[in-house]
Write a protein that binds this ligand. Structure first.
Ligand code: SF4
Ligand code: SF4
Length: 178
């Protein structure tokens, strides 16, 4: 992949900041020290290991452990980046889509009801993916668009443009439990 295409990832980070994923799978060959040093929360689940999102190595612009990032991060290509790479989407259009998604994510975070303290709301304040996943699964799209328009629009953008299916990075789609 060309550097120019990957440049859309700078200032995006939707796959690192908890918007798209609640955790990322780790391989036994991954060097965990750079993540541990930055305070990553590691989760063991049976034989598999993950680290929680938002990733503490995301500095708001890009990955601060880029050379030592886990293999799931190395191999992950979202639908938008894939489309830019194969010529289906221009860099300009991709940056506009990222800007739109980030603005929506910011609005949804701000609107999470501060007076309500449920696990989902708490997780949503921390990282949006779990909250969005629950909204997507509990509401019909039409109802969600009326009740939570920004969340509905964000889910739509993430699904349509980024290929988001609300799963852990590294899981095969067949394992996603969609
Ligand atoms: S969501 Fe896509 S465009 Fe954004 S940082 Fe991740 S791979 Fe790059
Ligand atoms: S290690 Fe780097 S690429 Fe992986 S989630 Fe964290 S910031 Fe993103």
């Amino acid at each position: 992949m060309e550097i120019e295409e990957q440049s859309i990832c700078i200032d995006c980070g939707l796959c690192c900041d908890g918007t798209m994923f609640h955790a990322i799978d780790l391989e036994s060959s991954d060097d965990l020290d750079p993540l541990r040093i930055r305070g990553a929360v590691l989760i063991s689940d049976g034989g598999s290991r993950r680290f929680q999102q938002p990733c503490p190595a995301f500095d708001g612009t890009c990955c601060s452990v880029y050379e030592a990032r886990p293999s799931s991060c190395r191999s992950y290509v979202c639908g938008l980046l894939e489309s830019v790479t194969n010529g289906g989407t221009s860099l300009t259009a991709a940056r506009q889509t990222i800007e739109r998604a980030k603005k929506l994510a910011s609005v949804v975070r701000e609107r999470l009801d501060l007076s309500v303290e449920t696990d989902v709301i708490h997780l949503g304040r921390h990282g949006l993916s779990t909250y969005l996943g629950v909204m997507k699964n509990q509401y019909e799209p039409d109802r969600l668009a009326v009740a939570f328009p920004e969340a509905a629009e964000l889910i739509d953008v993430l699904q349509q443009d980024f290929g988001w299916i609300n799963r852990v990075i590294g899981q095969r789609p067949a394992d996603s439990g969609q």
